[in-house]
Design a protein around this ligand. Sequence first.
Ligand SMILES: [Zn+2]
Length: 144
Amino acid sequence: MPKAVDLTGQKFGRLTAIEPTHERLGGTIVWKCICECGNICYVQSRNLRNGNTQSCGCLQAERCTFDCVDGTRLNSLKSEKAHSNSGVKGIYFNKRNQRYHAQLMFQRKQHHLGYYGNIEDAKKARQEAEDQYFKPILEKYGAV
Ligand SMILES: [Zn+2]
């Protein structure tokens, strides 16, 4: 077991090391850190010391171009043209059942979010799905 380097109270970018955990990753100790934004996160000491990780992910999330992650071009999603017939991106008016069909393209797959009697509900469903699908990815990649 390599000798633990005491990082307690040291700052690494936005992160301040609080205490070492019992976890080991890649042979280095995982530290419990607090970010300036208030999030607690767990980072390998190696990544702290070499500057790879400088925030809980909020830094990257601000900086990130949101380009191709997990096979999803978040960038193109953001700028996706409203070429649907409802005028709202991801929502299509289904003439047959007279309902709004909410959809979301994610990882090259079309996700069907359901049919809604009014466009506001469909928009809400679409927004919730965006949060559900995209947030974990942003967090995951932002934290690297
Ligand atoms: Zn943060």
